[in-house]
Design a protein around this ligand. Structure first.
Ligand code: NDP
Length: 244
């Protein structure tokens, strides 16, 4: 049987990179999809070094054309997309009363609309094959809210609604759709936070440490596996107990 193909957005760094490497080790062919060519090539190199198959795509999830073309290329080359991980995401923090409309719109566009556009494209292939897995990377912030992150929280809560709706629409086609809600994970996104805030966040984690990108990748690997075939519409918290 052919290897299954996993398409990971925002795979050039951080959590997306860890997911790409983990799924490669689990036997998937990987599509590394992010806007920056060099970053994508470096992850693809790591995948090939552990004798996995990697295809790179310079894909901007805010552009419907870029998304359409990207998926068309994958279908042409690999004939299928079996797993989609909507991981691309950014934060543009600020108190809501002072938040610039452009920051609200950009965060919603990348984090939520991007996942919708990629899901639409991936579902066409998954429906043909009557098998598929979509994993949306939401956040604890989408569940609990967060001061200074109204745009980010709305986008991540939106992903949960998208997950549950797609799960209901796609259940009869053998396609599962789930979300992961990571807590406080050590990546470029959190590295720049003020030390005081980091300590405060850490104090709220019962397991007493930050999460690693690998912690999230382990959960994605499970949800993408055959073993998770009776789980859909679920939001899996991977947060060290920070929010229960
Ligand atoms: P990083 O900032 O390390 O990486 C973000 C990734 O998204 C990069 O690969 C980046 O590509 C890509 N990206 C940004 N804009 C676009 C775009 N328009 N189209 C396609 N790809 C894009 O973030 P993390 O690894 O920390 O976060 C990954 C996901 O996990 C995000 O959705 C984030 O919200 C979520 N998350 C993170 C948490 C954390 O504590 N770190 C906690 C909860 C959720 P490029 O390299 O080209 O910039």
């Amino acid at each position: 049987m052919m290897n299954r193909v996993a398409f990971v957005t925002g795979a050039s760094r951080g959590i997306g990179r860890a997911i790409a490497l983990k799924l490669c080790r689990a036997g998937f062919e990987i599509v590394v999809a992010s806007p920056e060519v060099e970053n994508n090539e470096s992850v693809a190199g790591e995948i090939r070094a552990c004798s996995g198959e990697a295809m790179t795509l310079n894909l901007d999830v805010t552009s419907p054309e870029s998304v359409k073309e990207g998926f068309a290329k994958v279908i042409k080359d690999k004939t299928r997309v079996d797993v989609l991980v909507n991981n691309a995401g950014i934060a543009r923090d600020g108190l809501a009363v002072r938040m610039k409309l452009a920051d609200w719109q950009l965060v919603l566009k990348i984090n939520l609309e991007g996942a919708f556009l990629c899901s639409q494209q991936a579902l066409a292939s998954m429906m043909r094959n009557r098998w598929g897995r979509i994993v949306n990377i939401s956040s604890v912030v989408g569940q609990a809210g967060s001061v200074g992150q109204a745009n980010y929280a709305a986008s991540k809560a939106g992903l949960i609604g998208l997950t549950k709706s797609l799960a209901q629409e796609m259940g009869s086609r053998g396609i599962t759709v789930n979300a992961i809600a990571p807590g406080y994970i050590d990546t470029d996104m959190t590295r720049g936070l003020p030390e005081e805030l980091k300590q405060k966040m850490l104090a709220s984690v019962p397991l007493g440490r930050m999460g690693t990108p690998e912690d999230i990748a382990n959960a994605v690997k499970f949800l993408a596996s055959e073993e998770a075939s009776y789980i859909t519409g679920h939001v899996l918290a991977v947060n060290g107990g920070m929010y229960m």
